[in-house]
Design a protein around this ligand. Structure first.
Ligand SMILES: [Zn+2]
Length: 532
């Protein structure tokens, strides 16, 4: 059984979660559920980065104590697990988790051959928590935050990153460290080829306000928050705390070690972190999947940090969205509309339109009308037919190929392609119904034809329930329940599997199945295959 360890990055808790955080969590959850469904042993880990200097600054700006402020925001991140139906196995908080600090200390000591202390003067962006060289700035401003970094001169510990260019390049080129999409891999290789400068891995404790993990043997310094935060991927497994079974299983073993992250932290994850692992004698991650950013209503979701410490008004909170529209609709939008490469713009209108069009009118309508027809024409018993009926060939192919298409798409970190494979079954099946008109077959008393049609459609619904499971676990369970005969061998009565969300639409979806002889009403789907 392959062990697959999947992590999300740790968000700073200087503000409450926004819809951009939900994207990465949902993507990771899909991969976790998919691999579990394939029989892999999976561990899905998320958490919060508590030890950031900007958390300290944000707490001050909010007039709150740092501990209270950090706890309150971290709790909001933890609550996303339930709100978005995430199958998180472990949630680490770097300031609270008893596993973290001893692990970071052990990691630091393991890197000691590559650590040295020196005075440093540089331009520091607090939003990024990193130094920038003048060449990396855009018009003298941080490329992420568009704020001017401040000059800082201090004694720091440095990590000898420069030593690791060759082994990193080799691991990436050999495919042992997969970076997707390819554009991001090329970006990392260009960074390496451009020369890797040593980077500072500590801050004076005074500048950090005493917040953070003291450097082992040098209590006047605290461990740089990025060094600290990156360690979470192994400290949560018990690294540095004696013989840890979890560490052996999930990190030191032969399985998959997969990091999900946004493009803004690519350098830390694809250069600094692997070098830290090599320096401390550990294995590299096997895959790094990089997503781009969301905007909301055309505006950049504020990246928090210096000058912009909280999401702007109107930036949607994912838990509130899920409470109002359902986790299924939020997840579906994130998976269906956000491209593999390029930013995407979130609006509530788009979320509602996508859910009503594809979930209520597409998938929901299909399941409802098929269950209703089997109830009406076959007393709820799914007929068995050996042959695919004429005109059903494309649907048969869509059903048979969906699993492979989903797997291939997820292997390339392409959630839009993956969901398109599931959606394709429903879309093809709805068109098939409209084409073969089962109600006419029933009237014409063509029982054999009707059996074959209903059997194929029942297969389509079952396939939707099966293939949808990693993406919309709640909805998939409802679809499967509708398509599973009870002890009496009959399907349950048709019930809506999705509610309609648009204002003014009926709160209970009009079930097409209740009107199977009038297929031309407003529930019919009539779109292209994939409007993404
Ligand atoms: Zn910045």
């Amino acid at each position: 059984m392959t062990a697959t360890y999947i992590t999300t990055t740790l968000p700073y808790v200087n503000a409450r979660p926004h819809v951009g955080h939900a994207l990465e969590l949902v993507q990771a959850d899909v991969l976790a559920r998919y691999h579990r469904g394939r029989g892999d042993a999976v561990r899905f880990q998320a958490g919060t980065d508590d030890n950031s200097l900007k958390n300290v600054l944000a707490a001050g700006a909010a007039g709150a104590g740092v501990r209270e402020f950090v706890d309150r925001n971290a709790e909001a991140f933890g609550a996303l697990g339930g709100a978005l139906s995430l199958s998180v196995d472990d949630f680490i908080r770097t300031s609270r988790d008893p596993r973290h600090r001893p692990g970071v200390e052990a990691f630091w000591r393991a890197c000691s051959a590559d650590l040295y202390r020196q005075r440093y003067t540089g331009l520091y962006c607090i939003g990024c928590e990193q130094f920038y060289t003048p060449a990396e700035l855009r018009g003298g401003r941080c490329p992420e935050h568009e704020t001017e970094p401040e000059p800082v001169s201090e004694e720091n510990w440095f990590f000898r990153l420069s030593r690791y260019a060759a082994p990193l390049r080799e691991a990436i080129n050999a495919g042992r460290l997969l970076i997707e999409p390819a554009g991001r891999r090329n970006e990392v290789l260009a960074l390496i080829d451009g020369g890797l400068a040593d980077f500072s891995v500590s801050r004076p404790a005074t500048r950090a306000g005493g917040w953070g993990i003291p450097v082992p043997g040098d209590p006047g310094q605290v461990v740089y928050v990025w060094f600290d935060a990156l360690c979470n991927y192994v400290t949560a497994l018990g690294y540095g705390q004696g013989q840890s079974e979890a560490y052996r299983r999930w990190w030191a073993g032969p399985g998959n070690r997969v990091h999900l992250l946004g493009k803004g932290v690519l350098r830390f994850h694809a250069v600094c972190w692997p070098a830290m692992l090599l320096a401390s004698g550990q294995q590299l991650p096997t895959a790094i999947f990089v997503h781009d950013y969301l905007t909301a209503g055309g505006r950049k979701i504020s990246k928090s940090g210096a000058g912009a410490s909280a999401p702007g008004p109107g930036t949607p909170e994912p838990a509130a969205l899920a409470a109002e529209y359902g986790a299924d609709a939020v997840r579906w939008w994130l998976l269906r509309e956000v491209p593999r490469v390029g930013d995407a713009d979130f609006t509530v209108e788009r979320l509602v339109a996508r859910a009503d069009d594809e979930l209520a009118n597409g998938l929901g309508n299909l399941v409802n009308r098929v269950v209703a027809m089997i109830g009406r024409y076959r007393a709820g018993r799914i007929p068995v037919a050996a042959a695919v009926p004429p005109g059903g060939e494309d649907l048969d192919v869509a059903i048979r190929q969906a699993g492979d298409r989903v797997g291939a798409a997820l292997a390339g970190f392409d959630f839009r392609q993956a969901t398109a494979a599931v959606w394709g079954i429903a879309d093809e099946a709805n068109r098939f119904v409209n084409r073969v008109r089962p109600w006419d077959l029933a009237k014409a008393d063509l029982a054999g034809r009707l059996d074959a049609v209903l059997y194929l459609l029942a297969r389509a619904c079952a396939a939707v329930g099966r293939e949808l499971a990693p993406f919309l676990p709640d909805a998939a369970a409802r679809v499967t329940a509708q398509c599973t005969p009870g002890d009496d061998g009959r399907l349950p009565d048709p019930r809506p599997v999705f509610r309609r969300l648009a204002p003014g639409s009926r709160s209970v979806p009009a079930a097409a199945g209740l009107h199977v002889e009038e297929p031309q009403h407003d529930q019919q789907h009539e779109g292209a295959d994939d409007r993404s």
